[in-house]
Design a protein around this ligand. Sequence first.
Ligand SMILES: [Zn+2]
Ligand SMILES: [Zn+2]
Length: 302
Amino acid sequence: MPSAHLSPRSAIGEALLTLGDRWTLLILVRAFVLRTRRFGDWRDQLGLSESTLAVRLRDMVAAGLLERVPYEDGGRTRDEYRLTPRALELWNLLLAIWRWEQMSIDDGGPVLIHDRCGRSTHPVLGCGACGEKPVTARDTTAERGARAEFARIAVPRLHRRAKELPTPTDPLSYYPETMEILGDRWSPAILAAAFLGVRRFNDFKSELGIAQSVLADRLRRFVAVGVVHAPSHEGEYRLTHKGMDFFPVFAILVDWAQTWHHDDATRELTIRHTACGSRLEPVLLCEVCGEELTRSSVHFNL
Ligand SMILES: [Zn+2]
Ligand SMILES: [Zn+2]
């Protein structure tokens, strides 16, 4: 057994650490949809402080999501930030989050147009191997690899959840429910464990290496936003329909994490499409024409 300080964090834990932050997600959405690349533009769009923005951009460069590219600005050279190939692959994740919000919270907001068929559409999760759609959580099985600590992400962070800054409320921002699930590093890990069948408080605790008070707080928030049922008298926390509907986001996050954070084939978690038996390669398909919704084939009408 390698000692704890030598063992690398798991790919999924690493991804949650990178993405489990509300500002990071909001910075990414604007980079995708508005093609925002400059410090001052994000600052003005998001209304966050320069110091907060600077820290996030620095972390995102370190995490390989953004790269600095110099440009000329009135005789001065400044840096702008471009999405890296690994960040561009997050398009599907953002699209899946948007779809969950529409299904579960409010179907107003931006309209997604598929340029290939010209229709307004919604993404549907499909299996990249056999092409079946839709694929739901119930159509899959999850196999845990030897690396049982897949979601261990117990790394201290400076920005803590308690510090709630108001996020903007324009059409490109997320709903509070979404931020309860994705806006900090622990919440998506808890939801991931729930998808893998963890039900009891103590099992979440030992599975994730999470402090009791933090876990209690997050489960309470999950119950409040309706993704987890209030605990049964056996003390089990089960996903609601609204929670189960989050599966495409989970599947895409796992796929992205394993693609970009590990070179070797060691998989800590394999999500399998039961019908065809293949490892699930999540793809988002147009609900109208059935073709894949690639980043260059869609746009949002804001
Ligand atoms: Zn399949
Ligand atoms: Zn289409």
